[in-house]
Design a binder for this molecule. Structure first.
Ligand SMILES: [Zn+2]
Length: 243
């Protein structure tokens, strides 16, 4: 089993190289992610609006159909008026006609209201769809840009990733977890060499006995001040020579 500190330092070298490659892609990955998020958000707004519009259409159609049915009823009631035998019957039918006609007016007003609401929403929907299309075009463009930039580095990236994985496989998951945690907390620098008796991360002096232990011991030790993993200067120099 190889010295885990040496391996971690090597791992970090590859991580830095991979990060540099990522940086060469510039803002593109972020822009692509941002545009994709915007598209998703817009699509859900469009879906919601469409559901709403459909509801207004259905309600408007239902009211129109109701009004038509009532009109038919009025027509037939009007015919019945010719056949009435007494005033009471005449009054009853006249009342029903009046009620139905009022109802028809209400239904038609209701249908109109829903139709104008639907038209209003339809115009918002068109705006959203237009926006969606323009972002989609933008995203397509940025994505192909990113693809061509990535393609240039693809082989190098694969190679580095492969080497990195080979090193990572020699380390325990716990060790990698510690490394990852410090790396994300300390701006990518988890393992630092001791330089002139001080931590290479925070420049605080390291106790001489710790420095000695690091030179012969395989155990992972941390800077008491910044919490980074320390590596002896000579071992770091060796790693720097190979990678
Ligand atoms: Zn430190």
């Amino acid at each position: 089993m190889e010295n885990p500190i040496r391996l971690l330092y090597l791992l970090q070298k590859y991580d830095h190289k991979l990060m540099d490659l990522e940086e060469e892609k510039g803002d593109l990955p972020g822009i692509v992610r941002n545009l994709s998020d915007q598209l998703k958000e817009l699509q859900s707004q469009i879906d919601e609006l469409q559901t709403n519009i459909n509801l207004h259409i259905t309600t408007s159609e239902k009211s129109t159909l109701d009004a038509e049915a009532l009109s038919d009823r009025v027509e037939s009631l009007k015919k019945q008026l010719y056949e009435v035998r007494n005033n009471k019957e005449y009054d009853a039918i006249t009342k029903e006609i009046n009620d139905a006609e009022n109802n028809i007016t209400q239904k038609l007003v209701n249908a109109d209201e829903h139709e104008s609401k639907q038209n209003e929403l339809q115009s918002s929907l068109n705006d959203l769809k237009e926006k969606h299309e323009s972002i989609e075009n933008d995203l397509d463009e940025r994505q192909s840009e990113l693809q061509s930039v990535s393609k240039i580095h693809e082989e190098e990236e694969l190679q580095l990733q492969h080497e990195r994985d080979k090193i990572a496989r020699q380390l325990s998951p716990d060790t990698i977890a510690v490394y990852d945690r410090i790396r994300s907390a300390k701006d990518g620098k988890a393992v630092v060499p001791i330089k002139r008796g001080a931590c290479g991360g925070c420049y605080k002096t390291v106790p001489p006995q710790l420095n000695l232990l690091l030179r012969k011991n395989d155990e992972i030790r941390f800077c008491e001040n910044c919490g980074r993993i320390l590596i002896a200067e000579e071992i770091a120099a060796e790693v720097n020579k190979v990678a």
